[in-house]
Design a protein around this ligand. Sequence first.
Ligand code: SF4
Ligand code: SF4
Length: 81
Amino acid sequence: MTYIIAEPCVDLKDASCVDVCPVDCIYEGETMFYINPEECIDCAACEPVCPVAAIFAEDNVPEEWKNFIPLNYNFDYTAPR
Ligand code: SF4
Ligand code: SF4
């Protein structure tokens, strides 16, 4: 399992989640942040700190935002930044 960032993060990018992630697996993209499913340890620390409730356990992503699951999986985490 992993955690997933969904629609409310788009264009807001508050970054509170980045500060609390113990394994630094939250990456900045052009329009939003993404969680690397290979690195996420499912600790849930990020979920309550997001001011817009954009973060969900993979199993709990609301139906209308399920398309964000592949977006988090397919983001290029190897790109230099
Ligand atoms: S705290 Fe929420 S809005 Fe901010 S970057 Fe993380 S997921 Fe996006
Ligand atoms: S669940 Fe934990 S490890 Fe996964 S992204 Fe959130 S803070 Fe990081």
